[in-house]
Design a protein around this ligand. Structure first.
Ligand SMILES: *Cc1c(COP(=O)(O)O)cnc(C)c1O
Length: 464
């Protein structure tokens, strides 16, 4: 085995790159990235030798080049295994798409499409007319618009309906979501003036009524989607707000954000508001997230009365906030699944993970724990709870099971966790009191084997 003891032993780059051992890497990643990695690794080794480091082998230099190329060429945005049990994990991409949505994205992304072409009339079409027709059918609404995310939907709606005028909101609903969506700030960016009514814990219908004047453009209700208020509280229902809106001729806008499609689909989330309730209460406009609420792509969906939607569609902000063809393809495929509740339940990961049978989860978790134990890893099955997350359903916890790993002597949970983040498919777990918790609720059954292989490899490798 060739050893490299001094800088003089370092290989010449032109000869080094031709080594048989580096040919496969070049076929895979191209010559330029491999050459750059060779330079960097040789320079690095030269520096270490000059600083008095002991000899290295040619093999270890080759291994360093290979690792360097992979590190630099593999995508930085990557698939991970979410073993946290938090279904809509804000840091992990919120909702995985249904396979039908993925297929639709691939089909449309890799070819031309009728994105802005009307196949019937044989001339230029409107980008979102197909998806809007779908939403009219599925939700039974007069009109619909789709934009990039729900924050954009709120901004655009307020700008189109209330710029330069007043919008009345309860003080109990001036929420911050995800650290950057804050109702008062979005309101001021839209050019509308926020009129706060009521108090933090209680707002009554008369508070809204008393604030209405000639300058009022709309009533806004915001779903407190990421926190609960308990105790001495009162809020005005959308039904009562609708009555006031109708009486005064003002539009009622409902920022639902998260929640669920209908109670029938999510019996486990009885207190979550649904799109159906909002539409039954005849709000003029309701908006929500395509990913948080539907388990589809990131998008902001606005449903409601045609006269208001027309204003939104003609607002100059619509163009900068519009969605691309991949989002439209994924959204339409997801919406199609909702046209049949059974198809939605069986195919949309958000719903599958929410509604998974506890016994199935227990059996899969037990299998994982046994497998780990058979490799001398100290693992056990424990009851736990999972949450929806993603700034939604704050009061809802779902019974779940965790596989809990106790670090071996000479290991810490942090070290294993770090190793898991560096795995070929990084694994995200939760650490509680120096033990690692893995919840299979947010792992697809077909990923179970990947997870156990990674856990075994990492637990065996990590040493203090
Ligand atoms: C999540 C949420 C938003 C922001 O939606 P994004 O899709 O993250 O832009 C706005 N309002 C409410 C009530 C929400 O729950």
């Amino acid at each position: 085995m060739t050893t490299i003891k001094t800088p003089r032993d370092l290989p010449q780059i032109d000869e080094f790159i031709e080594l048989e051992e580096l040919q496969e890497l070049q076929r895979c990643y191209g010559r330029a990235p491999v050459l750059a990695a060779c330079r960097s690794c040789i320079d690095n080794l030269r520096q270490r030798l000059l600083e008095g480091s002991t000899a290295e082998t040619l093999d270890s230099l080759l291994a360093a080049v290979s690792a360097h190329v992979k590190e630099s060429q593999n995508p930085k945005l990557r698939r991970v295994l979410n073993a946290t049990g938090t279904i809509l994990h804000t840091n992990l991409g919120r909702a995985p798409l249904a396979q039908a949505a993925v297929d639709a994205v691939c089909e449309v992304a890799s070819s031309y499409s009728n994105l802005e072409y009307d196949l019937e009339l044989g001339k230029r079409g409107y980008r979102t007319s197909n998806i809007e027709e779908r939403m009219q059918d599925i939700f039974g609404v007069e009109a619909a618009v789709v934009v990039n995310n729900n924050a954009a939907a709120v901004l655009l709606t307020l700008a189109a309906l209330a710029r330069g005028k007043e919008v009345i909101v309860s003080r109990g609903e001036l929420v911050e979501i995800g650290g950057s969506f804050r109702v008062p700030e979005v309101m001021s960016e839209s050019g509308a003036r926020l009129i706060e009514v009521g108090t933090t814990n209680k707002t009554h219908l008369k508070d809204y009524r008393n604030a209405i004047n000639d300058e009022t453009a709309a009533l806004l209700k915001v779903h407190r989607s990421n926190f609960l208020m308990e105790g001495f509280t009162a809020e005005v229902s959308i039904e009562d707000l609708h009555a006031l809106a109708e009486e005064t001729g003002l539009p009622l806008i409902y920022d639902l954000g998260s929640g669920s499609f209908s109670d029938a689909l999510t019996p486990l989330l009885p207190d979550e508001p649904t799109i159906k309730e909002a539409l039954d209460a005849k709000v003029d406009l309701v908006m929500f997230s395509g990913d948080k609420l539907l388990g589809g792509p990131q998008a902001g969906i606005i449903l409601g009365r045609a006269e208001h939607i027309a204003k939104i569609k003609h607002h100059p902000l619509l163009r900068p906030l519009r969605v691309d063809k991949m989002t439209l393809a994924a959204l339409e495929a997801t919406l199609l699944l909702y046209s049949d509740p059974d198809k939605a339940r069986e195919n949309i990961p958000l719903l599958q993970m929410t509604l998974v049978e506890l016994e199935d989860l227990k059996a899969r978790s037990a299998r994982l724990a046994e497998k780990l134990k058979s490799h001398d890893i100290d693992a056990e099955l424990e009851k736990s709870t999972a949450v929806l997350g993603g700034g939604s359903s704050p009061g809802v916890t779902l019974d779940s099971y965790n596989v809990v790993v106790n670090p071996a002597a000479g290991q810490s949970a942090q070290m294993i966790d770090k190793g898991l983040h560096k795995a070929d498919i990084p694994v995200i777990s939760r650490i509680v009191r120096d033990r690692l918790h893995f919840d299979l609720r947010t792992i697809k059954p077909e990923e179970d084997n990947d997870l156990s292989d990674i856990l075994i490899t990492v637990c065996k490798r990590v040493q203090l």
